[in-house]
Design a binder for this molecule. Structure first.
Ligand SMILES: Nc1ncnc2c1ncn2[C@@H]1O[C@H](COP(=O)(O)OP(=O)(O)O)[C@@H](O)[C@H]1O
Ligand SMILES: N[C@@H](CC(=O)OP(=O)(O)O)C(=O)O
Length: 558
């Protein structure tokens, strides 16, 4: 196999000095006559050189591209070929773990890194157990229902899988000790909360690795906080730092070269750079773990396995007729996740987009379904609406200038108030003297914006403006081709008018893939269902298809 690589010139040089050999073709533009390249030969030159972990690492860091799958080695491929993330629902029981194991092993040509979330609803149970421990008193910790549930689930799972109980015993003892500590201190800090929830992923990965080993498949378990995931110290919502990429690449490649084994990595976790304590990446953060590993190793594909047939046209819990979306761009997926589609972590697209690695969302309950492929670009010529997303419990502010400040000064002051208070703004619409905006309902991913903070925002804004605070609003985001915004809006407004719903704010995002509408919370579900029917099910959707394929026009057909 000889494939062209976007090799950096000096990496190419470095590679020529090596002993073990592999070969690939390098595009002419990356070659120099200094390396003995003869310009009269073909545009691609086949190069033979040695591969070491240093070279792999350097190449991956400098090029962000996959070498592993492109490298030819006479005997075997060199290292990992793909990352597969399985969420909590995919590993909720022993039965599910067996299915995931057979799914992983059904790709014998792959050498996967498997990222796992905690089993089922373990993270929620751990959080609840922590809250109960704060107030239940030390003597009652062992009676916390959620602790018993977690113990039962994990012991039952290891027993059913036929692996030794010692795989999780130590963690379950430590978990109870931690809950005792929380009960004693009558306090659950965010730092302790992160340590508490980390037990979920630490146990699921240990069980799964032990099970693969029992099957005779060599697997090695990794705690992300011990293998190079370095984050900010923002407990419960930490950001991954750049140093993570080389550290993770070095660790995984080094271990593979020393002793090849399937890697089983805890999702969602990291290690705080300053305090060195365990951090979490925000709820649903295992998706981000997977894309980070994909980027670190420059893998050809990142697979995210869920309990649905891919990213759907809307949340199936709101409307069960939601259908899979076959293709998405990174921008669409990021916008969709940010505006509330639970299916992907809001930050998870960033590493994939930065390294241009396709992300495939698949269903572990239905592996044959094609799923959703997320890439940098896709053919948008026929795309109108891709998905409808709902974000509930949004607070909206109408801020009208008292003209104390000029136009620039007014907007600058408004946004500096939000910055000072550390509150994220979602959707914004401005006129010369007023601005309407919505606030992220969870200033931090896990915590509600509290009334006291809102009062403080209003107090600050009232120094320069007349402020109207509107709560219990929802943002309906129409993700799709904003080039067709007239068509989308025409149809959306017709639907909303039929329902008698007043749209309180509209914003067309700079991303060019999102039009957001603000409505009352109480009307939101009904709007999503009606919009879904109109865009994806009714004769209207056929009208769209006709229109977008150039066979008709809205004016003519309507
Ligand atoms: N647009 C959407 N497409 C697909 N799933 C969605 C969407 N919006 C919400 N969901 C919900 O997200 C769930 C999958 O996300 P999540 O529970 O985080 O998966 P996992 O735990 O397997 O990673 C689905 O079961 C579905 O209920
Ligand atoms: N277990 C964590 C991390 C995660 O990503 O979970 P899931 O993949 O099940 O959404 C959570 O519940 O938030």
């Amino acid at each position: 196999m000889a494939t062209s690589l976007n090799l950096h010139y000096n990496v190419f040089n470095a590679k020529l000095n090596l002993r073990n050999t592999f070969s690939y073709e390098i595009p002419k533009r990356f070659l120099s006559t200094e390396n003995g390249y003869n310009k009269t030969t073909s545009s691609l030159l086949k190069v033979t050189c040695k591969l070491t972990s240093d070279v792999l690492e350097k190449h991956v860091i400098e090029n962000g591209r996959n070498v592993i799958s492109e490298v030819e080695n006479d005997d075997e491929k060199i290292s990992y070929t793909c990352v597969m993330k399985f969420g909590g629902s995919s590993v909720a029981s022993a039965e599910r773990m067996m299915e995931v194991a057979s799914l992983v092993l059904s790709f014998p040509e792959e050498r996967p890194i498997v990222v796992l979330s905690a089993m089922g609803k373990t993270t929620n149970k751990l959080l609840l157990a922590g809250e109960k421990a704060v107030s239940c008193g030390v003597t009652n910790v062992s009676c916390i229902e959620e602790l018993s549930f977690i113990k039962d689930l994990h012991f039952r799972t290891v027993d059913q899988l036929g692996v030794d109980r010692s795989v999780v015993e130590k963690h379950l003892v430590e978990l109870e000790q931690l809950l005792n500590g929380i009960a004693m201190m009558k306090e659950l800090t965010k730092r302790t909360q992160d340590y508490l929830v980390s037990f979920g992923e630490c146990m699921s990965t240990r069980i799964f690795a032990a099970y693969l080993n029992k099957l005779g498949v060599k697997a090695r378990q990794y705690d992300a906080f011990e293998m190079g995931f370095i984050t900010t110290d923002d407990f419960t919502n930490a950001d991954i730092l750049e140093a993570t990429y080389p550290a993770v690449a070095k660790r995984l490649h080094g271990d593979w070269l020393a002793d090849p084994a399937i890697a089983i990595v805890t999702g969602f976790l990291g290690k705080a750079r300053k305090s060195c304590a365990v951090t979490t990446l925000g709820r649903g953060g295992s998706d981000l773990t997977a894309t980070t590993i994909g980027k670190a190793l420059g893998l050809p594909e990142i697979q995210v396995w869920k309990d649905v047939d891919g990213v759907l046209t809307c949340d199936p819990n709101i409307y069960p007729k939601a259908e899979p979306v076959p293709f998405l761009t990174f921008d669409e997926a990021a916008e969709l996740a940010y505006f509330g589609a639970q299916v992907l972590h809001p930050q998870s697209m960033r590493p994939a987009r930065e390294s241009d690695i396709p992300v495939r969302v698949k269903n572990s309950y239905n592996p044959k379904a094609p799923g959703t492929l997320i890439t940098k670009e896709r053919d948008m010529s026929k795309a109108v609406l891709t998905s409808i997303v709902l974000k509930r419990n949004v607070t909206m502010l109408d801020i009208v200038s008292t003209r104390m400040l000029g136009q620039y000064g007014f907007l600058a002051k408004v946004f500096s108030i939000f910055e000072d208070l550390g509150i994220s703004v979602d959707v914004v619409a401005t006129s010369e003297v007023s601005v309407s905006l919505t606030l992220d309902p969870s200033k931090l991913w896990s915590r509600e914006l509290i009334q006291q903070e809102l009062d403080h925002v209003v107090e600050e804004l009232e120094k320069i403006a007349v402020v109207n605070l509107l709560q219990n609003r929802s943002i309906i985001s129409l993700i799709g081709n904003v080039q067709k915004s007239s068509l989308i809006l025409e149809k959306a407004f017709r639907v909303l008018r039929t329902l008698g719903v007043t749209v309180q704010m509209i914003s067309q995002g700079a991303s060019k893939v999102n039009i957001s509408l603000v409505v009352n919370d109480s009307e939101a579900d009904q709007c999503v269902r009606a919009l879904h029917e109109a865009f994806f099910e009714s004769e209207y959707s056929n009208l769209h298809k006709e229109y977008t394929s150039g066979n008709g026009s809205v004016a003519k057909s309507s």
